[in-house]
Write a protein that binds this ligand. Structure first.
Ligand SMILES: C[S@@+](CC[C@H](N)C(=O)[O-])C[C@H]1O[C@@H](n2cnc3c(N)ncnc32)[C@H](O)[C@@H]1O
Length: 238
């Protein structure tokens, strides 16, 4: 039976956020993020729309906030290399378990992994051309969300863009994820938090209308397929 999805389940907690979470399950979750992101997050579209055109003009500095297993950064590094474009990519996560795992699985992609909050990068005066996040917004409390938006906006330089991608909460998104992951729960996804946390994530996620209501001036909400949402700040629109 589907839970009530009429409002965000702000009290629901993801198992991977527990500091005492089983290490092997956590590591298997980082490993499987890549597969999930390939199917639901459409990193190729982000690359073609926001990254490649900028990278054709100059070497880019890219920041992924809440990078988890680091697969999006590694995927971007591969795409950029394939297109003979230059970029310096930083994968940032507040959880040292994530950055340690991602660093150990870089596989020659050349991504920098850093365990820190965006506030530290702002203090250090760091500037990026593209700041992105994936599946991070729904994790945050309201004050943390506003802080993230303020700080990621501060971290982009001239001509830069911030793209926070996440799930758009809906009954369809929940039903599709539940049905499509069920056959894999005893094999491919076994021993990971992917299915349980994915369902919790959808319950915690914003609808487009809710995100519009909390977005500060200058930020745009875009619906994307499948059941995706983007919160964007683009210097070109400002
Ligand atoms: C659901 S995971 C998503 C990981 C990755 N972006 C992906 O799409 O597979 C959310 C990640 O955000 C990290 N996180 C949560 N709050 C954060 C914050 N305020 N700053 C940086 N990372 C944060 C968590 O540690 C976790 O690794």
């Amino acid at each position: 039976m589907s839970p009530d999805l009429s409002a965000r389940a702000v009290d629901a907690r993801e198992l991977m956020d527990d500091p005492e979470a089983d290490q092997r399950m956590l590591e298997r979750t980082y490993l499987r993020f890549e597969l999930v992101n390939r199917v639901v997050s459409r990193p190729g579209a982000l690359y073609r729309r926001d990254i490649r055109p900028r990278a054709r003009q100059r070497p880019l500095r890219i920041l992924d906030v809440g990078s988890g297993g680091g697969d999006l950064c590694r995927g971007l590094a591969v795409r950029l290399r394939r297109d003979r474009l230059d970029a310096d990519i930083t994968a940032l996560d507040a959880d040292g378990r994530a950055t340690r795992w991602a660093q150990a699985h870089d596989g020659g992609a050349g991504v920098r992994y850093r365990c820190a909050l965006t506030a530290e990068l702002v203090r250090d005066g760091e500037v990026f051309d593209v700041v992105l996040s994936n599946h991070l917004l729904h994790h945050l409390e309201p004050g943390e969300l506003q802080q993230l938006l303020r700080e990621t906006r501060q971290l982009v330089g001239e001509g830069g863009v911030v793209v926070h991608g996440d799930i758009a909460r809906s009954r369809t998104a929940y039903a599709l994820f539940a049905a499509s992951t069920l056959p894999f729960s005893r094999n491919l996804l076994a021993g990971s938090f992917i299915r349980a946390d994915g369902l919790t994530s959808i319950r915690r996620s914003y609808s487009p209308r809710e995100l519009v209501a909390v977005a500060p001036p200058g930020w745009l909400v875009r619906r994307r397929l499948p059941a995706r949402i983007e919160l964007r700040w683009d210097a070109a629109d400002a």
